[in-house]
Design a protein around this ligand. Structure first.
Ligand code: GLA
Length: 410
């Protein structure tokens, strides 16, 4: 009896502690010491990525096994399967496109894998109405052992601009004792000096807390090591989806238009999770205003995968103009409620069951920073169904590892 009361009191205290306010501004204003000023406060961002970037990247599916046929087939697919219309824009070649540097030090492409050259490939991607992205590294070598950009930053930026590159993912292997802020600022300056708007995706795995200093340097920064196509846990240098979520979630105050936390590329459709889990993965990325970079073979995906990646209601939550990263507002064991404030004054709400049995989860308006009396229009974003107006709370049964995602509109 006593133990039971104690559990209830502890539960209530936990609920109050975790039911934090939803608006980013409130936390930023009350906690200025967590925001270290940039070493150069006069820096300006490049103005890109006012909403989280959307596109595709080769790594999660193809790893080092990239070539021009695969990239062309992917661009063809994105342009014709509805992804482009849904907002997927950047087609990014990750590691292993590189050949040697030429006699003048300019980077060249691997001529066996890309015989037509990256300029021609960029033109091909652009002709499909899409944008072209590539990958490099701040060290002497990329993680795949290709030439890195260290000591060649301005030269590489010029080369990328010549090829028509619109997006650079910049990794952190073989960097020795380099200072991350300086290394990333140098490439950011080089990209700006190239004269071409190039979105800058920083990939130093959260080692030097880039959320504290990178908002004027890059458009997104990885907050974690690599994602792997598993539900949870740590595997060498990579983490399962729900473990990545737990590392990225607390960083919500640092994201905003032009500068986003990046919990890594999507695994949706790669086969390691169930469709229920992939729906949770995609929903959580949207709630966290994460870049939505598909990482599967989009030229050969199942209709279930397609329905997930093309869910426009969920994408609209990710892309909402307010640009506030949503976060967990209630945690009750394996049952969680997440909220993301929307530009229209409403909320995106996620009920997430991390447990192994079906469970009912309720989102109380109070936990969403809404007056309990106010009647909100409720739309179920996976059932694609309007549920009418509700006041006070919304409750639903949630499958194990699954989510129910609704949008509340005033
Ligand atoms: C690192 C990055 C990955 C990928 C590989 C390529 O591990 O974190 O996202 O780019 O390198 O080698």
């Amino acid at each position: 009896m006593f133990k039971n009361t104690l559990t209830k009191v502890a539960g209530l205290a936990l609920l109050l502690l975790t039911a934090r306010p939803v608006l980013a501004q409130e936390v930023l204003d009350t906690d200025p010491n967590t925001l270290a000023p940039s070493k150069d406060p006069k820096r300006t961002a490049n103005g890109l990525a006012q909403t989280p970037p959307m596109g595709w990247n080769s790594w999660n599916k193809f790893a080092c096994n990239v070539n021009e046929q695969t990239i062309r087939a992917t661009a063809d697919a994105i342009a014709s399967n509805g992804m482009k219309q849904a907002g997927y824009q950047y087609v990014v070649i990750d590691d292993c496109w590189h050949g040697p540097r030429d006699v003048n030090g300019f980077i060249t492409e691997d001529k066996t894998r890309f015989p037509s050259g990256l300029k021609a490939l960029g033109d091909y991607v652009h002709a499909k109405g899409l944008k072209f992205g590539i990958y490099s590294d701040a060290g002497t070598k990329t993680c795949g052992g290709r030439p890195g950009s260290q000591g060649h930053e301005y030269q590489d930026a010029v080369q990328y601009a010549r090829w028509g590159v619109d997006y650079l993912k910049y990794d952190w292997c073989s960097t020795g004792v380099r200072n991350a802020e300086e290394a990333y600022a140098l490439m950011s300056d080089a990209l700006r000096a190239s004269g071409r708007p190039i979105l800058f995706s920083m990939c130093e795995w959260g080692n030097s807390k880039p959320w504290l200093w990178a908002s004027k340097i890059g458009n997104m920064w990885r907050t974690t090591g690599d994602i792997t196509d598993k539900w949870k846990g740590k595997y060498n240098y990579s983490w399962g989806v729900s473990s990545i979520v737990d590392m990225n979630e607390p960083l919500w105050p640092y994201a905003g238009p032009g500068h986003w936390n990046d919990p890594d590329m999507l695994e949706v459709g790669n086969g390691g999770l169930s469709d229920v889990e992939y729906r949770a993965h995609f929903s959580l990325w949207a709630m966290m205003a994460s870049p939505l970079i598909a990482g599967n073979d989009v030229a050969a995906m199942s209709s279930a995968t397609r329905d997930i990646l093309l869910n426009r209601d969920v994408i609209a939550v990710d892309q909402d103009a307010l640009g506030v990263q949503g976060h967990r507002v209630v945690r009750n064991g394996d049952l969680e409620v997440w909220a993301k404030p929307m530009a229209d004054g409403g909320r995106a709400v996620l009920l997430w069951n991390r447990g192994e049995a079906p469970a009912r989860i309720a989102a109380d308006w109070a936990a969403l920073s809404l007056p309990r009396k106010v009647r909100m229009q409720v739309r179920d974003l996976w059932a694609h169904k309007d549920l009418g107006r509700r006041a006070g709370s919304y409750e639903a049964e949630v499958a194990p590892h699954g989510v129910v995602m609704v949008r509340l509109t005033p």
